[in-house]
Design a protein around this ligand. Structure first.
Ligand code: FRU
Length: 469
């Protein structure tokens, strides 16, 4: 058992910290964020027994990456969420350094969590156990213990099990680092969630024609959509390009065909999943009506995260909006789920030259903009989107040294759908062909101003706040 029981400290942190977080002008009005402390990866996203469940990596005690628990929210409609009992706390020997990321499955009517028990040793090394927990009648979770020890041939960096059912078996993808310090994804198979057979590496650095592709692949997710099998992953150490993979760690996907019998995954090159400043560790699940949904962490580990001004108010990070994935020609498209339209107030519109469009309040806003480009969108002088004919360029100042930083989406944009929520912006390009997700920290009330002589057609809505209950 851990030396100090966490629960009393968590309760105190929430009681003391939540009012401060909620009163912060940067706290989101309709995105999911921590009541206090640090939130990172979405975990265990599932539709189960009539409700959506979304768990999350959570340190209630502060804004550092420590004491990782699984927080838990549920929702009937993907818009209104409620707090559920904390699902997992790092209180066993096998998860004492953190209940790390994982997924949820419906095992014959029992909501079952598969997560990584992370164990760090004093000499700086670590090990990892892939563990199971099942929901109890009080809505909490009972740990069942480790099912999978560290596989041979890998360092202690083996984590983030994503489990799904296919035919008569359970399958799992795991992020891993081999002994040559190359990032890999392992595929495992089981009949009962307890006994797992390692089918081997299905993708990774040095495999499948990828060349050198990083030292650790985190948070894999695998699913088939419209005939293509996608592997989403976060390949840490992937080389930066001039205009792609510019974040400290990227989030990317491969598209191809998985042969379950031979565990062979034939895939093409990487695609960046989101071209903004903040996006990492996304997870997908199926909706009640069979749509493939995605939610990501609107943050990136390391880098400048601890410079975010919300740290002074005891909280940091938020989730992205809930998105629907579709696939065309082996490419993923992302769009906000249609349920979010319930947040819209009265529709307004504008047609004319960009610079004559009225200034909009960017606090909670949805804006659909059609144009041929050469328009600049200025969000409170803090985030600037330059819409060129063949490229989007998003600019923001470094929180560390004030230098301008840029992110790019390459292509010809004709339509943008932009969602703003206090300190976040998600830009969906050409009905989901690309996305740029970013945090920004404007002085409030934040205004959006357009400049440029180009013609634009705009529809916009102010969005209602919708807090977790
Ligand atoms: C990704 C990650 C995961 C790990 C978790 C720990 O952000 O590093 O690989 O399970 O966060 O919080």
């Amino acid at each position: 058992m851990a030396s100090q029981p966490l629960l009393p400290a968590i309760l105190q942190a929430v009681m003391k910290g939540q009012p401060k977080a909620l009163n912060d002008s940067h706290y989101p009005g309709w995105h999911l964020a921590p009541a206090t402390g640090l939130l990172n990866d979405p975990n265990g996203f599932i539709h189960f027994a009539g409700r959506y469940h979304l768990f999350y990596q959570w340190n209630a005690l502060g804004c550092q990456h420590q004491h990782k628990c699984w927080g838990h929210w549920s929702s009937a409609d993907l818009v209104h969420w409620q707090h559920e009992p904390v699902a997992l706390m790092p209180d066993e020997e096998y998860d004492r350094s953190g209940c790390y990321s994982g997924s949820a499955v419906d095992n014959n009517g029992v909501l079952t969590l598969c997560y990584t028990g992370n164990v760090k040793f004093d000499d700086g090394t670590r090990t990892a156990w892939q563990c199971l927990a099942v929901q109890n009648s009080a809505g909490g979770f009972d740990k069942l213990g480790p099912a999978i020890p560290l596989p041979h041939g890998y360092t202690g960096h083996v984590r983030d099990p994503k489990v799904w059912r296919q035919g008569d078996y359970w399958y799992m993808v795991l992020g891993a680092q081999d002994l040559q310090l190359q990032g890999k994804v392992l595929l495992l198979r089981s009949e009962n969630l307890w006994n797992w057979q390692n089918l081997g590496e299905i993708a990774g650095s040095g495999l499948g024609g990828l060349g050198d592709a990083g030292y650790m692949w985190e948070c894999p997710d695998m699913f088939t959509l419209n005939g293509s099998t996608f592997l989403i992953c976060c390949p840490q150490g992937l080389a930066r390009e001039e205009k792609r993979y510019l974040n400290t760690y990227p989030s990317a996907y491969l598209s191809g065909q998985l042969d379950y019998a031979s565990a062979h995954y034939q895939h093409g090159d990487f695609h960046e999943l989101d071209a903004g400043f903040e996006f990492y560790a996304p997870q997908t699940t199926l909706s009640a009506d069979g749509r493939r949904l995605l939610v990501g962490w609107m943050g990136v580990p390391d880098g400048e995260e601890m410079r975010q001004p919300t740290v002074a108010n005891g909280w940091i990070h938020q989730m992205t909006c809930l998105r629907e994935l579709t696939s065309r020609n082996g490419k993923l498209y992302q769009q906000p789920v249609k349920e979010l339209q319930a947040l819209r107030g009265e529709q307004q519109g504008y047609r004319g030259v960009a610079h004559k469009m009225p200034m909009l309040s960017a606090q909670r806003l949805e804006l659909v903009l059609e144009s041929a480009g050469e328009v600049t969108l200025n969000f409170a002088d803090t985030l600037i989107l330059e819409w060129h004919r063949d490229e989007l360029r998003l600019a923001r100042r470094s929180l560390e040294n004030g230098a301008w930083l840029y992110r790019y989406w390459n292509g010809c944009a004709h339509k943008l759908q932009i969602l703003c929520d206090h300190s976040s912006i998600e830009i969906f390009i050409n009905d989901g062909e690309g996305v740029m997700s970013s945090r920004y920290f404007p002085a409030h009330p934040a205004q959006l101003t357009l400049t440029g002589d180009a013609e634009v057609r705009a529809s916009y809505w102010s969005l209602r706040a919708c807090m977790v209950e």
